[in-house]
Write a protein that binds this ligand. Structure first.
Ligand code: ZN
Length: 291
């Protein structure tokens, strides 16, 4: 028997009715859309709902990350204007998760964490202020690449502190508490498990004090480090945000994708970008757990 046009339409409606409870569960927004805006045979509906979900997620993530209102507004505009934002974010979410790990006063590394690929730094393109400094293998290679570029500009980088184990950080923190009291110790140093140095991705350069900022190396790093995947962790004027006063000498290797993401969307403030990424991944986990 030939199938008429009316029968086809009925089959479509029946299929839609059967699918409706599933659609409502997965995409609650679609249940409250005006009837006449729903097109049975158009895939556009799915895209519209996805966009809404994406924008809603962006709002929640930026709120949870406690980003400044003006910055959130600019990110939202950038995300709406071009798919580049999502592509750039996706690139940051790939690969080694420690490159993007939020390690600050409120977020620690996993208990007992120690990188498995530490290598000893040897002088060559850069200098070391003492023997035995270690970094993760790829970070040491990234330091070498950056130091060669600095050398070509007539600047020598000096690595003065690098990986610190949980045990070593315990000694540093306890000594600071003894010498300067707990409040000052918290401002100057991290509790064990909360130091970026424990990631094996961080170098303190030069004098490890404020004088570094005005040296040739300090100026060169400030202008060029992010091109090589390095990011200043505690910038000037952001103690409220990072929990630390300005440390012009403390750079964390985050990889080139994330370093560009920080510069392009987060005003160069690493802490904002890492918080954003942390909340973005938390959000995904919440969705996964609720299923
Ligand atoms: Zn440091």
């Amino acid at each position: 028997m030939p199938v008429t046009l009316i029968q086809v339409t009925k089959i479509k409606k029946l299929t839609l009715l059967l699918l409706l409870p599933v659609t409502c569960y997965l995409l609650p927004v679609s249940c409250f859309r005006p009837k006449n805006s729903v097109k049975e045979d158009s895939p556009v509906k799915i895209n519209v709902v996805s966009d809404n979900t994406y924008n809603a997620k962006l709002d929640v993530v930026m709120r949870n990350a406690e980003l400044p209102v003006a910055l959130s507004g600019r990110i939202k505009t950038a995300a709406a204007a071009s798919p580049a934002f999502m592509a750039d974010l996706s690139a940051c979410l790939e690969g080694d998760r420690y490159l993007r790990a939020l390690v600050d006063k409120g977020h620690s590394l996993p208990a007992g964490y120690a990188p498995s690929d530490l290598v000893t730094l040897t002088e060559g393109s850069y200098r070391v202020s003492r023997n035995g400094l270690t970094l993760r293998r790829a970070t040491a290679a990234a330091l070498d690449e950056m130091a060669k570029a600095a050398r070509a500009d007539g600047v020598t980088l000096v690595a003065s502190s690098a990986y610190r184990s949980y045990e070593y950080q315990t000694q540093v923190y306890d000594r600071n508490v003894r010498e300067m009291g707990r409040e000052a110790a918290d401002r100057e140093s991290a509790k064990p498990g909360h130091s970026q140095h424990q990631t094996g991705l961080v170098v303190d350069f030069g004098s490890i004090d404020d004088s570094f900022a005005v040296t040739a190396a300090g100026r060169w790093m400030s202008a060029n480090a992010s091109r090589f995947g390095w990011s200043l962790s505690f910038p000037d004027g952001y103690e409220e945000v990072t929990g630390y006063r300005w440390e012009s000498w403390h750079y964390r290797y985050v990889g080139k994708n994330l370093a560009a993401f920080i510069d392009n969307y987060f005003d160069g403030i690493q802490q904002y970008a890492l918080r954003f990424i942390y909340e973005w991944e938390q959000f995904k986990e919440q969705i996964a757990e609720s299923k």
